[in-house]
Design a protein around this ligand. Structure first.
Ligand SMILES: [Zn+2]
Length: 444
């Protein structure tokens, strides 16, 4: 199977004129950075999203994201701006030149050969055994980044409408801004960072307000191929300054195609409508949050779970998929296993860091030999190393259910263990997964 035709996407994207200062005018600290010194004397484009679900007020200057075009305005704005920064040479390498292939098989794991990324990335500057660590102004953080890397602000609007302002001043009276910036070491087309309340210098840690902004970001992009991800410390976050990542990749992720089984039910009636499922037939054990009467319901349930995982020092990764309607939560222990010398050398040699994208099935490989020989079985084996054991996962599941205010469904049908397959016999699990997935595969 050959590489993707990325040009299909690229051609659709209109050019958007960027607004950052290009005239070399010296303002602020003189570095034109994303700190208060420079941002408070600058203008950035502002995308102000509607906070509430529900009925839209018709207005000539605003539009509803629920009513037809321009439904993908945010996505087109983002990709157009991203391409503008690519033309300006702001990335460390050209990710569109990286070889990518869908690995033949039922799951459709995606492999990318990215030989330079790990050489050009910043080294991790903190401990990997603590999920919560305080912000350190002396270490790299996003306020030090140049404004040319920022694409726009992403803020809730104050009138329940969606607006776009091509140039809006950041004032000291306004809230600390949520900034969307390029990831200078992209792993895919349109790879950006959402940095909530940048002036607040928050450590990498989920809070309710920030997580809700991330869900809105996925919702406003309004494209199922635009995913938002999060890595906690200890689960391959590399910068301890709160950020979500997002990019555009026009294929379903294997995790999105895996079957699930509902495991939660409401403790109290009326419930908020959020349902938690467990992923089945997938190499990494994980939970899927869906539903909710409002976007806040879904957001709060996930955030409560993450906050509890953080306080109990359990590292995790999050994938926000389905335009903000599905949230995958993967607790993991790879860094801990690595430190204890419990990861197989075959897997260690690949130097793959299993962060949210890898766990979701988009494998960024550093060596040509791994890319060339990559098979579905190889991808499965690599990811299986990341998963919690069944016993540990059940403990974490109980923590999550408790934190989310739901309770586990007690079922007399086949147990999850039987559906998942026997842990010891990887091949059996893998083979039975192939059979099962034949019935529910998404045709491309
Ligand atoms: Zn500055």
């Amino acid at each position: 199977m050959g590489g993707f035709d990325r040009t299909l996407t690229i051609k659709r994207v209109p050019t958007v004129v960027s607004n950052y200062q290009e005239d070399g005018e010296q303002l602020g600290c003189g570095r034109n950075c994303l700190g208060k010194c420079c941002l408070l004397v600058s203008k950035l484009p502002l995308y102000a999203y509607k906070k509430e679900d529900g009925v839209m007020n018709e207005d000539s200057m605003a539009y509803s994201v629920d009513q037809g075009p321009p439904i993908s305005f945010l996505r087109d704005l983002l990709l157009g701006q991203w391409e503008d920064r690519m033309r300006k040479g702001l990335f460390r390498y050209d990710v569109t030149q990286c070889e990518t292939k869908v690995i033949p098989g039922i799951y459709g794991f995606i492999a990318q050969l990215n030989e330079g990324r790990h050489l050009k990335k910043r080294p991790t500057e903190f401990r990997v055994d603590q999920v919560l660590q305080s912000f350190d102004v002396n270490k790299f953080n996003f306020t030090k980044v140049g404004q040319e890397e920022a694409l726009f602000r992403f803020e809730p609007s104050n009138d329940n409408m969606t607006h776009y302002f091509p140039s809006a001043p950041v004032t000291s009276e306004s809230e600390s801004p949520n900034i969307v910036a390029i990831n200078v070491s992209p792993i895919e087309y349109g790879h950006v960072l959402l940095i909530p309340r940048i002036f607040d210098c928050l450590p990498q840690m989920i809070d309710r307000v920030s997580f809700l902004a991330a869900l809105h970001f996925a919702k406003e992009a309004a494209d199922p191929y635009f995913r938002v991800g999060y890595n906690s410390l200890g689960a391959f976050a590399t910068i301890n300054h709160l950020h979500f990542q997002a990019y555009y990749l026009q294929v379903p992720f294997p995790a999105e195609k895996a079957p699930t089984r509902v495991i939660s039910e409401a403790k109290v009636i009326p419930c908020n409508g959020v349902v938690i499922s467990q992923l089945l037939k997938y190499p990494v054990r994980g939970l899927v949050f869906e539903g909710g009467n409002t976007i806040e319901d879904l957001s709060d349930t996930v955030a409560s779970s993450c906050i509890r995982l953080q306080s109990t020092n359990i590292p995790f990764n999050i994938l926000i998929s389905g335009c903000g309607k599905r949230v995958f939560l993967f607790p993991q222990c790879y860094a801990e296993k690595q430190a204890l010398g419990q990861v197989s050398s075959e897997v260690l040699d690949t130097q793959v860091n299993p962060a949210v994208w890898e766990i979701s099935g988009h494998m960024v490989l550093k060596r040509r030999e791994d890319f060339d020989k990559a098979s579905e079985e190889y991808a499965w084996r690599l990811l299986a190393e990341v998963s919690l054991s069944e016993e540990r996962f059940n403990e974490v599941k109980a923590v999550v259910l408790e934190a989310s205010g739901l309770k586990e469904i007690l079922t007399h049908r086949t147990s999850i263990k039987e559906e998942e397959g026997n842990e010891e016999s990887f091949h059996e699990t893998y083979e039975s997964a192939k059979l099962l997935l034949k019935d529910c595969i998404v045709l491309q």
